[in-house]
Design a protein around this ligand. Structure first.
Ligand code: C2E
Ligand code: MG
Ligand code: MG
Length: 247
């Protein structure tokens, strides 16, 4: 009962809200919260991630239902899937059942998997992603550029989007190599028919460079920080986030 989900908006280059990412926090009573970096790896090793991951999926579906019931235009919510969850043979069946129970259409859910997760047991991962993709869920590769991946394997997956890791975005305005990596990644993704989302966008300079490179969507503190569901009602009602210093 101490887990909570925060949600971080993603917008396109016109400011339109394109989705939210659900991010897990562990809230201690009266104490500061722990971020996923401090417990997800342990949950993976111990196997608890299966149960925690199920809780995340159920909670996101309930939240989407609650927003819709409040009359809000709920966007697609992205859930991070761990390596271990990709091995669950009944993952797609469970998700399908939850969607029906919550009265949600499949395009309201997205799953993000890291390259590393997609490459560990590539056959199993591909089968799971094929099942989820066939149901009409959106799928994306997270933290792109930081893991080991085979482009021929990635090409065979039913992906919709690729997220450029924030380690390349951070110095994009000062490091020519990072700029080159971002440019190359965007070109690669577009030629494979994938949308590109840049993570960790914190400054207007980064946003402007990414827009110039043809990046489709951005996520980061410049746009909005992850926040509890209650705090998102305003953004959902508006359906967009306008950046103050937009040229
Ligand atoms: P991620 O999926 O790449 O999520 C993005 C991370 O970047 C989040 O960290 C987010 O708070 C942070 N972030 C967003 N904008 C900015 C920015 O402008 N600057 C900086 N410096 N950081 C930014 P968080 O919430 O600590 O999550 C870390 C990782 O934990 C996530 O990386 C994801 O891999 C994992 N994670 C989070 N929630 C879950 C979950 O429910 N299940 C699983 N399996 N993994 C999760
Ligand atoms: Mg993610
Ligand atoms: Mg990421």
């Amino acid at each position: 009962g101490q887990f909570v989900l925060h949600y971080q908006p993603k917008i396109d280059m016109t400011g339109r809200l394109t989705g939210l990412e659900a991010l897990l926090r562990w809230q201690f009573e009266g104490e500061a919260q722990l971020g996923p970096a401090q417990f997800i790896a342990i949950a993976e090793e111990s196997g608890l991630i299966d149960e925690i991951g199920d809780w995340v999926i159920v909670t996101v579906c309930r939240q989407l239902r609650a927003w819709i019931d409040q009359g809000l235009d709920a966007p697609c919510v992205a859930i991070n899937l761990s390596t271990r969850q990709l091995r669950q043979p009944d993952l797609a069946v469970k998700v399908g059942r939850l969607l029906v129970e919550s009265g949600l259409s499949p395009d309201m859910l997205e799953f993000e998997v890291t390259e590393t997760a997609a490459m560990e047991n590539p056959q199993t991962a591909a089968r799971r992603l094929d099942e989820l993709g066939a149901m009409g869920l959106t799928l994306s590769i997270d933290d792109f550029g930081t893991g080991y991946s085979s482009l021929s394997h990635l090409r065979s997956l039913p992906l919709d989007a690729l997220k450029i890791d924030r380690s390349f975005v951070r110095d994009i305005a000062s490091d020519a190599n990072d700029l080159a990596i971002a440019r190359g990644t965007i070109a690669l993704a577009h030629s494979l028919g994938l949308r590109v989302v840049a993570e960790g966008v914190e400054t207007m300079a980064q946003w402007q460079l990414l827009r110039g490179l043809g990046c489709d969507e951005v996520q980061g503190y410049l746009i909005a920080c992850p926040a509890p569901a209650e705090e998102l009602a305003g953004i959902l009602a508006l359906g967009s986030i306008q950046l103050a210093a937009r040229p």
